[in-house]
Design a protein around this ligand. Structure first.
Ligand code: NAD
Length: 417
């Protein structure tokens, strides 16, 4: 991992610039799309269990609203900053466009290590943060969802807080809720399930048998752990897994269920019996067919890209690869499925949850998964066709598709006033 963390927002803007150049986008439009439309910073007090008062800082950024209400997750992490939230919001705009969901992009975050809070402190912090950002969010304005360290329970507290303010239940204010209060079947697994669809399509495109693939997974949270289970079920061999504490490696294969159980008991995957331990840096460079970064930004950079041996990288995480690394990987024949396509299954089923909440009409898991597969594979084929036609790698192709749609919407609506 890089000791100096590249600024994610600068990276997001550089990725946009590449597509804007190729699309020959009007300079005025570039200026509009390079920056977020709205940014809210909040600073708010929370009563801690010992009676003291702690002040937290949080953000909600809306990048672009041309194609519909804003959509994007909330992150609780000690390293959250405004530029990270800006980048994540911009990536959400492109992600919703690449999958043709009727949303713009947003993201939120609070600077906090939730592991240091008790459950009741976490609840009070969440409810107060929800109150602070209530000036921006709403079922037809901006709809938050889970991201790193935020869970269905956190979404439930936000939904309840906003509902208490309104005096009636507002289920469509957030997605990723527990099923018993209007969550959707399949939402928990959606990011990973969507990833398996595009991995399947990529493997077919490259004539690589998925059931004989060795898979390395960085990050074992919502995205990474479910991806491990689903890929294992599909016959692939999960050879390495990591979390923030470090990684484990067994070339003979790891059983995701056993690793999950071990993590539940001990708090980490490290120390799992019958596996070697290794660092997150070493894990990325292991021999494998499929590498799934499912943790944070800036993991694959100019520093380590040439040592990556994977044939396919499926970016479950947002922003794991820098633009320099993209070029190196492309030159060495590594097929990168970019974040805005690879992890779009999460927002796709969030969209289904929002639609179900607004209509008060709920779908079966089979219906959810069938619609998810349809959207993921159509989006993949669309991006692949663009990559082949324009002779660019998959990230640039995904940006070409997305930026084109968002710029068209912006132009059609015109500049107010
Ligand atoms: P999570 O909080 O459930 O899990 C994060 C995992 O990453 C944990 O296992 C944590 O230990 C691990 N981790 C943290 N720092 C690490 C490091 N330096 N090295 C290795 N592992 C590390 O979060 P999540 O929801 O699974 O999100 C993971 C990534 O997927 C993020 O980039 C997020 O934006 C992206 N994503 C998530 C969703 C979703 O629906 N949850 C949707 C789209 C994209």
């Amino acid at each position: 991992m890089d000791t100096i963390r590249e600024n994610p927002f600068t990276i997001a803007q550089r990725q946009f610039d590449i597509a804007a150049d190729l699309l020959d986008l009007h300079p005025g439009l570039c200026k509009v799309l390079r920056n977020p439309q709205r940014e809210l910073s909040v600073s708010f007090p929370v009563k801690m269990d010992d009676g003291s008062i702690e002040v937290f800082t949080g953000y909600r950024v809306q990048h672009n609203l041309s194609r519909g209400p804003a959509k994007g997750g909330l992150r609780y992490h000690p390293q959250v900053d405004l530029d990270e939230v800006r980048a994540l919001a911009m990536w959400m705009t492109w992600k919703c466009a690449v999958t043709n969901l009727p949303y713009g992009g947003a993201k939120g975050g609070v600077i906090v290590d939730p592991k240091q809070l008790s459950l009741s402190e976490l609840e009070r912090m969440t409810r107060r943060y929800a109150t602070e950002i209530s000036v921006l969010i709403g079922p037809d304005r901006d709809i938050p969802a889970p991201d790193v360290n935020t869970t269905p329970q956190v979404m439930a507290w936000i939904m309840d807080t906003i509902s208490m303010h309104q005096g009636y239940t507002v289920p469509a204010i957030v997605t990723g809720k527990p099923i018993n209060i209007g969550g959707s079947h399949g939402r928990n697994e959606a990011t990973a399930r969507g990833l398996t669809v595009v991995l399947h399509e990529s493997a077919r495109h490259l004539s690589l048998p998925l059931d004989r693939a060795r898979v390395v997974i960085q990050g074992f949270g919502n995205a990474g752990s479910v991806a491990a289970h689903l890929l294992h079920e599909m016959g692939a061999t999960i050879v390495a897994i990591s979390d923030s504490q470090g990684g484990i490696y067994n070339p003979g294969g790891l059983q995701p269920n056993a690793v999950q159980q071990y993590k539940q008991n001990t708090g980490s995957v490290t120390g799992f019996p019958e596996a070697d331990t290794l660092t997150n840096d070493a894990l990325l460079e292991l021999p494998c067919e499929i590498l799934v970064p499912a943790a944070l930004e800036n993991q694959i950079t100019a520093r380590n890209a040439s040592r990556i041996k994977a044939r396919i990288i499926g970016e479950a995480a947002n922003g794991p690869t820098t633009p320099e690394a993209d070029e190196i990987l492309y030159d060495q024949g590594c097929f990168v499925i970019p974040d805005i396509l690879a992890n779009a299954g999460g927002v796709t089923v969030s969209y289904f949850e929002w639609v179900q909440g607004l209509q008060e009409f709920f779908w079966t898991e089979r219906e959810v998964n069938a619609q998810l597969e349809r959207i993921m594979s159509t989006s993949f084929q669309n991006v692949l066709r663009t990559a082949q036609e324009r002779k660019v790698h998959m990230r640039t192709a995904a940006y070409l598709v997305a930026v084109h749609l968002v710029s068209q919407a912006t132009m059609t609506r015109g500049i107010y006033p």
